[in-house]
Write a protein of this length. Structure first.
Length: 278
């Protein structure tokens, strides 16, 4: 969020809260130009969130325009499908495959992350109050719950968002604790060994260890709920439409920075065609 210049008194005194007029005492308050009182900070936070959403929407609208131009120039027949409403246009980021066996040190570092997360997870799972919160915070997943619209988007993108799972695959202590609560006999050792055994022979460099050319190597049931639920802005804006008709025909365009790289078309039966083929 962009910090606003602090409001100063007319006499150049200490900066004041623009909402209640009290002095901004900490560096944090001055940086954000709002005091810590809930009555000031609450509405300010809501404003920041609304502003963030507005910016995200405007940025995505311009990205979508670029996608339309790309289709018009390279695949006008696909552009026609989206314009006539036969297919939903989804514009998402792109990553290109650069797969390799991951070094033993990287796997060892991941094991240490899991070990630390499991120590915290065990404490959470054994805490009577936290147990109930965990049970209501996560839900069991089926193996195959993806909509074809989402499959087409993520296959055309190839997993841009998985780069952020580089160190941890989003296997947070809370999620691991939920797994302990679900399966009383599961031990940390068994869970860690299982996650390590599931690391594929080759995965995407500089991305999550489970990121492969075929998608995520972890079954949905043991994949973190962050991964199971995440939708990037390009997909999120169509959430209502996808929830209503998850297998609707889609045309997906994937971009990297200023460049639009590829497009793919999927019909309602799940037949997918990437006209530039690569
Ligand atoms: S959610 Fe978005 S960024 Fe992540 S893989 Fe799917 S299309 Fe790509
Ligand atoms: S666990 Fe799977 S979905 Fe999650 S970041 Fe890694 S590859 Fe992506
Ligand atoms: Zn205030």
């Amino acid at each position: 969020m962009t910090p606003q210049p602090a409001t100063r008194t007319a006499f150049g005194g200490p900066p004041l809260c623009p909402s209640c007029g009290s002095e901004l005492t900490t560096a944090h308050e001055r940086h954000e130009n709002i005091c810590g009182a809930l009555a000031c900070r609450g509405p300010w936070l809501q404003q920041q969130i609304a502003e963030q959403k507005r910016k995200e929407k405007a940025a995505q609208a311009s990205i979508d325009d670029g996608g339309r131009e790309y289709l018009q120039q390279k695949f006008p027949e696909l552009q026609e499908k989206t314009q006539s409403g036969k297919s939903l246009l989804i514009v998402v980021p792109a990553i290109d495959y650069d797969q390799a066996p991951q070094p033993a040190e990287r796997v060892a570092a991941f094991r240490r992350v899991l070990e630390e997360a499991c120590v915290e997870a065990e404490q959470l799972a054994n805490h009577p109050l936290r147990r109930n919160r965990l049970l209501s915070g996560y839900e069991p997943r089926d193996k195959d719950c993806d909509s074809r619209a989402v499959i087409n988007a993520c296959s055309t993108c190839r997993g841009w968002c998985c780069r952020m799972g580089h160190q941890h695959a989003y296997l947070s202590p809370e999620f691991l604790a939920w797994r302990f609560v679900q399966h009383e006999s599961l031990t940390s050792e068994a869970m860690i060994d299982d996650y390590i055994d599931r690391i594929p022979e080759k995965s995407q460099n500089d991305s999550c260890l489970y990121h492969t050319e075929m998608g995520c190597a972890l079954p949905r049931e043991i994949r973190s709920s962050t991964c199971n639920d995440f939708l990037c802005p390009g997909l999120r804006q169509h959430k209502a439409s996808i929830d209503q008709d998850p297998h609707q025909p889609t045309v997906v365009v994937a971009f990297d920075g200023e460049e639009y790289l590829r497009a793919a078309d999927m019909d309602a039966a799940g037949n997918r065609n990437q006209p530039d083929g690569d």
